[in-house]
Ligand binder design. Structure first.
Ligand code: MRU
Length: 347
């Protein structure tokens, strides 16, 4: 089962807002609805939103009433702006939309043929995502030893991608290789992608895990109970600064202070060589309701008039990063040099 897939002229996506309580697949026929689904986090995770947006562009092609190629291209361009604005931090979103758009502009065909070309490129991108994740997982699994306990943040599994996953894909591959591993799952406030989605995936793969509140990671790292940290990334700058789910930076600091290796697992589509360092990465701030709406024992936690800040991502500076796993191999410092080498074949 894929997280994002095309079936019967519709884009279908697992609704990640309601897992694990309910498993539902939603169908989309319009690109504006896809953009909303990305903003609302029906679909989330950098590679998954890239694939969703690529298929969203295919939907825009079929929505367009234009019979001329130039008219259709203009409609695709307008749709690409809507899709790219859905979330700011994950560079995969703009990368995927721009890749499909580039192909659309490069072919010389009738409007009808062009619609099929756009869909076929979106499908190709989605298929490649699975293949890339499996390659990344092979490289990453070499870093995991039999008996390791790993801390993982957010959800980076099949749900965050088209299938298989990034950091969780590495963990899954190590498990399938027969390595005995244990995972501490950061619950990942405020949307609890760890406690809800990562735990749900690990259950299905039969990988032993325990959920920990995010602020417990430091305790276990200091106590010598963890051998490695694996996380994903929504955008990695040219110098190896890594933007990922809020809380990743604190985890990396605690790992560094205790000499525990910290590995982001990052497809090259997530590496943004146009940004020299992580301070240039746009950071999403979401609706404070996601923080304020949390309940404890059936009661809202915060007072009715409380205010909150809901920063969705933070940037871990490269000095805290041991190595960056990509589908083309593992990059080590100096990342300015090693990342550039590994990114060279990016489509
Ligand atoms: O806000 P989310 O749930 O989309 O954030 C997801 C992450 O932070 C992941 O770690 C990241 O997308 C990379 S893993 C595929």
């Amino acid at each position: 089962m894929r997280t994002v897939f095309w079936e019967n002229n519709e884009l279908k996506m697992i609704d990640q807002r309601i897992l694990p309580a309910r498993f539902e697949i939603l169908a989309y026929r319009g690109h504006k609805e896809v953009a909303l689904a990305i903003t609302d986090m029906v679909v989330r995770g950098a590679p998954a939103i890239g694939a969703a947006a690529a298929f969203g562009l295919a939907l825009a092609g079929y929505e367009s009433a234009s019979s001329s190629t130039s008219g259709l291209l203009a409609d695709l361009l307008a749709a690409s702006t809507t899709l790219k604005a859905a979330r700011p931090t994950a560079v995969n979103l703009a990368w995927a939309v721009d890749r499909v758009l580039r192909v659309a502009y490069s072919v010389n065909s009738s409007a009808d043929d062009l619609r099929a070309v756009v869909l076929s490129e979106a499908q190709k991108l989605a298929d490649e995502d699975v293949e890339i994740n499996k390659r990344m997982a092979e490289h990453g699994a070499t870093l995991i030893n039999d008996g390791d306990t790993i801390i993982h943040h957010c959800n980076t599994g099949a749900l965050a991608t088209v299938d298989w996953g990034t950091a969780l894909g590495v963990i899954r591959t190590a498990h399938e290789q027969g390595k005995k591993i244990h995972v501490f799952v950061d619950e990942t406030r405020p949307r609890l992608q760890g406690a809800r989605l990562t735990a749900w995936e690990l259950e299905q793969y039969g990988i032993p895990y325990e959920i920990i509140s995010d602020n417990t990671a430091g305790y276990f790292l200091k106590a010598g109970k963890v051998q490695k940290c694996f996380v994903g990334s929504d955008r990695t700058a040219a110098n190896g600064d890594v933007a990922n789910k809020i809380g990743t930076y604190m985890l990396a600091l605690a790992a560094f202070d205790n000499g525990i290796p910290f590995y982001p697992v990052v497809p090259t589509s997530t590496i943004d060589l146009s940004l020299a360092h992580g301070d240039l990465i746009p950071i999403e701030e979401r609706n404070p309701q996601e923080v304020l709406g949390l309940e404890f024992e059936g009661q809202r936690v915060a007072p009715q008039n409380a205010k909150a800040r809901n920063i969705a991502f933070d940037v871990t500076p490269n000095r805290l990063v041991t190595g960056i796993v990509t589908e083309n191999g593992v990059a080590y410092p100096p990342f300015e040099v090693s990342l550039k080498k590994l990114v060279k074949n990016k489509p």
